[in-house]
Design a protein around this ligand. Structure first.
Ligand code: 6CS
Ligand code: FE
Length: 319
């Protein structure tokens, strides 16, 4: 158990909850959104990285690669007919004028180009069926264990020239702080529908960073998601910590043809550059969580984010 220095305990205990829904003395192994830094630059991850059955679509070598790096790129996961089919469905959602001014549709910071549409498995039967595809679900279950559900789904549509980047972050840090995800038992599956090359803002990841939790500074303001989904400025590691982790692990940006699948651990640090190329970078992004890791009270925010961002195991959602 990491000792939190007495001088910091006040801040650390700030994450304790004294409302009737949450144990008074809930201890949080992953304190974040602090008023001042802890002594340590990061804390140790407490959960195993791989928690599922060895048998399934992923080979032993692929499992070892995910365990080591915190991510795994699988080329040609779906074929060209499926790519065309899902691309048509993605564009059909992008063209829905009635979605444009809804809260689940996020536009770019300085234009009304659509950047993301959330809860797409509730908006599209085709995408809902994709979340049940055994090639995907069985792979995910080998990583986080069986009995999973979709915690979050989105289309990331990084338009040519306009698509802005995402600052370095751990998804788990946000999901823990603002949605109440207790443990690191979730994995993101990003199905790339356009070629991801070096110029259209491919995802960059710090291999091995999934093994440490980086507490971030800055208390969570109400409705933080309204800004963070456009440009995340809170819940991002300090440059000093990023320098240390990148010096130790480097940066990798899996690139590949449309149809590839990128699986990455909920806590692997990642970000992406702006898309300065003419080519869009579109992907479908499903986050699978273990049912026994369903959301609790937020660990570092005053209230939950809207339910298009964090679903419950059997939850329904209406646009
Ligand atoms: O806040 C979230 O839930 C989303 N934000 C980012 C930058 N990545 C993960 C997630 O989709
Ligand atoms: Fe992210």
């Amino acid at each position: 158990m990491v000792q939190v220095h007495a001088t910091k305990r006040r801040d650390y205990q700030r994450n304790e909850f004294d409302n009737e829904n949450t144990a008074i003395t809930q201890r949080d192994p992953y304190p974040t959104r602090l008023r001042e830094p802890l002594e340590e630059p990061w804390l140790a991850r407490q959960e195993e990285v791989i928690r599922g059955p060895a048998q399934g679509p992923l080979s032993q070598e692929q499992l070892e690669s995910f365990e080591r790096d915190g991510f795994l790129f699988i080329p040609d996961f779906i074929d060209s007919d499926e790519i065309a089919d899902y691309t048509r469905e993605l564009n059909a959602l992008l063209e829905r004028d009635d979605f444009r001014d809804k809260d689940f549709t996020i536009t770019e910071p300085h234009s009304d180009e659509i950047r993301s549409i959330f809860a797409v498995h509730f908006l599209s039967e085709k995408f809902r069926r994709l979340t049940e595809d055994p090639r995907l679900v069985k792979s995910v279950e080998q990583l986080i264990g069986e009995d999973v559900y979709v915690h979050q789904a989105r289309i990331n549509y990084k338009p040519g020239f306009e698509g802005k980047g995402f600052d370095w972050h751990s998804d788990f840090e946000t999901w823990h702080a603002e949605d109440g995800m207790p443990r690191m038992n979730a994995v993101s599956a990003s199905l790339i529908l356009t070629d991801n090359h070096e110029f259209n803002g491919p995802l960059m990841l710090v291999p091995g960073s999934h093994r440490v939790f980086v507490p971030c500074l800055g208390e969570t303001p109400d409705d933080n998601h309204k800004a963070s989904l456009k440009k995340q400025e809170l819940g991002v590691p300090s440059r000093e910590v990023m320098e240390k982790l990148v010096a130790e692990h480097g940066i990798q940006a899996p690139k590949g043809r449309a149809g590839g699948l990128l699986l990455f651990d909920c806590n692997t640090l990642h970000g992406s550059n702006a898309n300065m190329s003419p080519d869009p970078r579109s992907n479908i992004f499903f986050v699978f969580n273990r049912r026994d890791n369903a959301m609790q009270a937020p660990f570092a925010a005053s209230k939950h984010r809207p339910d298009f961002l964090a679903h419950t195991p059997d939850g329904q959602w209406r646009s």
